[in-house]
Design a protein around this ligand. Sequence first.
Ligand SMILES: [Zn+2]
Length: 304
Amino acid sequence: MPTATVHVDLDGAQDIFEGHGWDYSHSDDPVFETGMRHFLDFFASNRVTATFFVTGRSVRDKRKRPLIEEAVRAGHEIASHSLTHRYLTRIDTTAKRQELGESRDVLEQALGVPVVGFRAPGYRIDRESLELLAEFGYAWDSSVFPTAKYAAALETPVDVLAAPHEPVAGSPMVEWPMPDHRPFPLPFNPSYALILGDWLFRRGIKRYRANGRPLTLLFHLIDLAAPLPSGRLRGLSSRIFTLSTLAAESKRVRCQAMLELVKAQYRIMLTGQAIAEWRRNAIPATSTAQSRPAHGAEARAGGG
Ligand SMILES: [Zn+2]
């Protein structure tokens, strides 16, 4: 069976509201707090360890930090989701260096665990950010969807983007991509399936499973969080983008079915382990030195 990694982006109401340009001026964050509580219970009952993508500001938040520490104690892996959840494609090089470099330092110092993975807020990654991630010594990034838009932005053929690869010439950093959803225009991750119907996830997995590649099962806190109280919402779009249209229990039942579908067809492991296994399979053990450049050549061919 191929490998699957289970990821959770720890976006709270603050991140979601600010991403849409709405003000969020509350000291608490019910999406983060209920979502984390529910995900920790969900993974414990399923005996799954996952990779949590955390911002530096979340770990500095007194209400959020204990939940992140609990995730570490439960054996989950911590990766960086930037410092302040700003979109990297909208900021200059100096600010990018801060978002990528400082977030890693903040997380490692606060939590006492190594942080070697990254996901760009809003999946807004560009080539300069990938090069900075490699420079800062990250072992992997997971921000890319294999679509024409990413192929153009990263100057890499879409078929290269669809599989794990080394995006920066001369660096061992791996891009661990989102699942290929072509030709359907939308990803099939649980957040979209919860809005559009579980058929989207079942259909996406069935199609994707045929290629035998590793799977990234990507959850967001909204997938299990309690609906935001109406006083916190700003009209219908904020209800949809926080998945406050659905009760937490109905979301849990549906996410359970989605996880079981993956468990039946994939071996779930932490991202670092899955990448190590991918390397063992991609690079014959007897000729590591000779076969390494093949990966680099692939990345250079696409990287321009
Ligand atoms: Zn995010």
